[in-house]
Design a protein around this ligand. Structure first.
Ligand code: FMN
Length: 157
């Protein structure tokens, strides 16, 4: 089976979680790689598509929130997961999983839920949707979350 993880990440935390998910998939002998959404990845031969993003203003990053992240030292590009998903063709039952990084608390929202919603509109089969905790806007990733991400990746197949 071939898996692809499509992400965006302003401070590197979502990318680190993605790499842990790759490690989990590879531990189950799945071919897996991470690619940035703004590189317009091709997914024709991908059997398991995993999409991840940082949570911004309760949902997916947008140009305005990416600029806010960059004002705090981030390195976001103009477009990312939301724009890539909007440009995708129908996924017709393709297995997909969504994840996000969140800072936690009572009103965090979740980019993962926003991704899952868009994927269902594309007729995808959403098999998992998960949030991973970071300790603040810039990170770092909370204790134990990289291990949890690796286990989550391994359990996706
Ligand atoms: C503009 C902006 C808005 C944010 N809004 C939220 C939010 O609504 N909920 C939340 O849990 N975290 C929020 N955060 C914190 C992000 O979750 C955190 O920066 C992100 O997970 C770090 O991941 P990254 O290094 O991949 O960008 C926000 C961060 C920024 C920059």
């Amino acid at each position: 089976m071939k898996a692809l993880i499509v992400i965006e990440s302003c401070f590197g935390n979502t990318e680190q979680i993605a790499q842990a998910i790759v490690a989990g998939l590879r531990s189950r002998d799945i071919e897996a790689a991470v690619v940035q959404a703004n590189q317009s990845p091709k997914i024709d031969d991908i059997e398991l598509l995993i999409i991840g993003a940082p949570t911004h203003s309760l949902g997916l990053p947008k140009p305005a929130t990416r600029r806010q992240a960059n004002a705090k030292g981030g390195h976001a590009e103009e477009s990312g997961v939301s724009e890539w998903l909007d440009a995708l063709a129908k996924l017709q039952g393709r297995r997909v999983a969504a994840f996000a990084t969140v800072t936690g608390g009572r009103f965090t929202g979740s980019a993962a839920r926003a991704i899952a919603k868009k994927m269902r509109r594309h007729s995808a089969d959403v098999v998992a949707c998960e949030d991973f905790l970071v300790s603040g806007t810039q990170g770092p990733i909370a204790d134990g979350e990289l291990t949890r991400a690796e286990q989550w990746g391994a359990a996706l197949i």
